[in-house]
Design a binder for this molecule. Structure first.
Ligand SMILES: C[S@@+](CC[C@H](N)C(=O)[O-])C[C@H]1O[C@@H](n2cnc3c(N)ncnc32)[C@H](O)[C@@H]1O
Length: 180
């Protein structure tokens, strides 16, 4: 299965919880890593590293790299880029997901925050512009739906995660957690 890494553009320090939530969404729904472009924020890093240390996995967190370099390097390694935007090809009514899968390449998913630079829509940045419905909503919700469709739900059934210190035992009521 090709790997997916998420590139977040436009983090605001006063809104650091949202960036953390985008990264946690990426981790929980099967992405291999998250890159916070152009800026650093130790609070976001701390949150993600704590979650990964506790709940396991090899999720890679990076920050500070200029987004242009991330895109360039990704493509140089033969990956494709997918920009999530309400203005893109509709994930439900077009065959865009089929075309993305057909490439069989690793995917860099780009999500914005406030309005993204116009260049994000061009071929020089995004191989695909994908809309999770053509209504504006949020980077968290669009990322979650994209990843779930890309991995066809398989990412949700992962039971034992490498290096986990804790694991939730699903049940109808109450909370059960086992510690290793
Ligand atoms: C709050 S929206 C920002 C919208 C901004 N006002 C604009 O006009 O681009 C933040 C991010 O959520 C994602 N997003 C929002 N709605 C989306 C949709 N319907 N499909 C895909 N991505 C979406 C995009 O990545 C967008 O950059």
């Amino acid at each position: 299965m090709p790997k997916v890494v998420v590139l977040r553009w436009g983090h605001r320090h006063r809104d650091q919880r949202l960036t953390s939530h985008v990264a946690l969404t990426a981790r929980a729904l099967g992405a291999s890593g998250f890159i916070m472009a152009d800026i650093t924020d130790s609070k976001v890093e701390e949150t993600i590293e704590k979650v990964t240390a506790c709940w396991g996995g090899d999720f890679q967190f990076e920050m500070g790299q200029p987004w242009k370099r991330v895109v360039k390097d990704w493509r140089a390694q033969n990956g494709i880029t997918v920009h999530l935007t309400a203005y893109g090809e509709n994930i439900q009514t077009s065959d865009v997901m089929k075309r993305i899968r057909m490439t069989k390449k690793d995917v860099l998913v780009i999500v914005g925050s406030q309005k993204v630079p116009a260049g994000f829509f061009s071929k020089s940045v995004s191989d695909f512009n994908v809309a999770v419905g053509n209504q504006p909503h949020s980077e968290c919700s669009s990322l979650a739906v994209f990843l779930d469709r890309f991995f066809e739900g398989q990412e949700l059934s992962e039971d034992v995660i490498r290096n986990a210190k804790k694991k939730i035992v699903p049940q109808a009521r109450g909370k059960r957690v086992v510690e290793f």
